[in-house]
Design a protein around this ligand. Structure first.
Ligand code: UT7
Length: 334
């Protein structure tokens, strides 16, 4: 018998500290007007003191309470992040200890801004296979630590935060009807954040220029903005079509779309291409900017806890990001 997988709890956590567009104009040559008209972003949260695992723990524990589960009842924790506290241990293991989720396996997953979608689809497979019953998926980021605060074309876009969902083998909550995952590694250089350079006693560093040596080992986000923009519009449209066709639904059957929150103009263009009115797209990027793997979980929590969703509503979560990666999850709400 085919088992069902549903979202039984959601949670979000945003750092308190707000950085406005005007604050940014004191750091780089930019303006509130440019940022608002080109992106839709008005402000973002920038963490002071809380690392990714701290944000992930807060969002995860709210999602657990919302699901009505005890930490011991969680079988697996997946943390989607590109800004972990450590390469090792995983953010998920730190969260597992802090929650007291003593029965849970734990690992991190990297799919950049598509992290929450990849995490949910991974969780769905563990539950469908019968291996696990309850899985906590968290998207958490402190992007502020990998931003180049001198690069106005990137530092104005991002923010810190965490969103979480609990998935279980039930039809209740947000039941998953269809999913889609895609990747195009040939475009990997469109959006990058470097890790540790290959320097060891066998490498002759004299062959590397002084300026390059200085840059190496300083992970910073680099982006070909317009390339990412085009990829985003195309893949939002493709992924929406893919999940709709998998379950024979039409545009009109959809109550809400929760897109990855990167840029208002990306969402507007995708809305035109797919011919679904912009009013159906849930948007909160004006308040949080782009929180990468956290954005869809944060938005889903806001929508789920509003009075906007009714039983039977179909909701699509759709993401895109570094890799390049993209994906979507179609839910039926109850
Ligand atoms: O999760 C995925 C993450 N990434 C994205 O979603 C990013 C997708 N791309 C975008 O959102 C847009 O490409 C950006 C918002 C990054 C840039 O918008 P754009 O309309 O593509 O601007 P542009 O790169 O063509 O730059 C236009 C001008 C340039 O000046 P010149 O060459 O015309 O004189 C830039 O130097 O705007 C300048 N500029 C800025 N000016 C004021 C770039 N950033 C800023 C800034 N403030 N922050």
């Amino acid at each position: 018998m085919m088992s069902h997988v549903g979202i039984i709890g959601t949670g979000r956590y945003l750092p308190e500290n707000i950085m406005t567009n005007d604050d940014l104009s004191n750091l780089v040559d930019t303006s509130d007007e440019w940022i608002r008209t080109r992106t839709g972003i008005r402000e973002r949260r920038i963490s002071v003191g809380m690392n990714t695992s701290d944000l992930a723990y807060e969002a995860g524990s709210i999602a657990l309470k919302n699901a009505g589960l005890k930490p011991e009842e969680i079988d697996l924790i997946i943390c989607a992040t590109i800004t972990p506290d450590y390469f090792m241990p995983s953010c998920a293991c730190i969260v597992q200890a802090r929650l007291g989720a003593v029965n849970a396996a734990a690992f991190d997953l990297t799919a950049a801004c598509t992290g929450m979608i990849y995490g949910m689809v991974t969780a769905e497979q563990f539950i469908k296979s019968g291996m696990y019953k309850n899985v906590l998926v968290i998207g958490a980021e402190t992007l502020s630590k990998v931003l180049d605060w001198k690069d106005r074309s990137t530092c104005v876009l991002f923010g810190d935060g965490a969103g979480a969902v609990v998935l279980s083998n039930t039809k209740k909550g947000g039941m998953i009807l269809a999913t889609n995952l895609e990747a195009d590694g040939s475009k990997y250089d469109h959006l990058t954040c470097s890790a540790i350079p290959l320097i060891n006693p066998c490498v002759n560093t004299e062959d590397i220029s002084a300026s390059r040596l200085k840059m190496l080992g300083q992970p910073k986000i680099r982006m070909l903005g317009q390339e990412v923009f085009k990829y985003a519009v195309r893949t939002i449209t493709d992924n929406l079509k893919a999940v709709l066709s998998k379950v024979n639904l039409k545009n009109d059957d959809i109550a809400y779309i929760i897109p990855h929150q990167a840029n208002q103009r990306i969402i507007e263009q995708a809305s035109k291409f797919i011919k679904i009115p912009i009013q159906k797209f849930f948007i909160n990027l004006d308040r949080y900017g782009n929180t990468s793997a956290a954005s869809i979980g944060i938005a889903l929590d806001e929508l789920a806890k509003s009075d906007k969703l009714s039983t039977g509503d179909k909701v699509i979560l759709v993401g895109f990001g570094g890799g390049m990666t993209s994906g979507a999850v179609l839910l039926e709400w109850s």
